[in-house]
Design a protein around this ligand. Structure first.
Ligand code: HEM
Ligand code: HEM
Length: 204
């Protein structure tokens, strides 16, 4: 990461322990926010291929297994995102790094839409499955009950789930492109804000 002197907005980073400030002086996200962020990213990278494989397989035991994994990982994402939102309300994000105002606003909208879509997708997924009268098996550990069969609701949530995937692709792609822009073009150490301390600063 570059040692560029681009600074965050002043004041908010003042008084932070050294471990919360990156090499280029930006305030970091707190360790729990970082851990939850990378857990979401990891599970998001798993839930999509599981869905692609599950929908493409002919009816078989393997298809059922892929769906159980898809649904279980999806519900885990739901739980993590709810915890993230609550944690985020208690612990606001560190001050934004200096960037053109319009890009700052786009980044903020992108973050809130990411939270929103990662709520919409698991909820619509559960409901489309539940309204088809199915129960949901969570990692073969326990069973989440379904709902009374309702074809109209099932079709609506199925449509939301299928269309919603394109919002996931778009928002995650924009998010990663934005991070890459900070990393490669601006070289302002932004990625470090989401990473734990690596240079031992602030350690005894
Ligand atoms: C972050 C969470 C989730 C994401 C990003 C996601 C994404 C996807 C994607 C991309 C597909 C393939 C759609 C297609 O092209 O046919 C899919 C299908 C499906 N998902 Fe999810 N999903 C999530 C959570 C869940 C959950 C929690 C459940 C159920 C408990 C679920 C149930 C289903 C079902 C039943 C299908 C098949 C739909 C159909 O083709 O009729 N999903 N999901
Ligand atoms: C490999 C993929 C990813 C990379 C490289 C990445 C990188 C980052 C970085 C560097 C930040 C901090 C931005 C800042 O300092 O202002 C961030 C924040 C954020 N990321 Fe990611 N991210 C990835 C995947 C995801 C995914 C899949 C989600 C889905 C929910 C996500 C949701 C968020 C949110 C909501 C924030 C804002 C946190 C807050 O202020 O509450 N990220 N990401």
């Amino acid at each position: 990461m570059s040692g560029s002197t681009l600074s965050s907005r002043p004041a908010k980073s003042a008084g932070l322990p050294a471990t919360y400030v990156t090499a280029s002086g930006l305030p970091r996200y707190n360790p729990l926010s970082q851990a939850l962020h990378w857990l979401t990213a990891l599970f998001a990278l798993a839930v999509l291929p599981l869905a692609w494989v599950a929908v493409s397989l002919p009816p078989s035991e393997l298809k059922g297994t892929m769906f159980t994994l898809h649904k279980s990982v999806g519900l885990t994402i739901l739980a993590i995102v709810v915890v993230r939102i609550v944690w985020r309300m208690i612990h606001p994000a560190p001050a934004d790094p200096a960037a053109p105002k319009a890009l700052e606003v786009i980044a903020r909208i992108n973050h809130w839409l990411l939270y929103a879509i990662f709520l919409v997708m698991p909820i619509s997924g559960y409901l489309l499955s539940a309204f088809s009268g199915r129960t949901t098996n969570y990692f073969w550990l326990f069973t989440i009950p379904g709902l009374e069969k309702n074809e109209a609701w099932q079709k609506s949530f199925e449509a939301a789930h299928i269309v919603g995937q394109y919002a996931v692709y778009l928002l995650v792609a924009l998010h990663i492109i934005g991070t890459a822009w900070h990393l490669v073009i601006r070289r302002d150490g932004l990625l470090e804000r989401m990473l734990p301390v690596q240079d031992g600063r602030g350690m005894r």
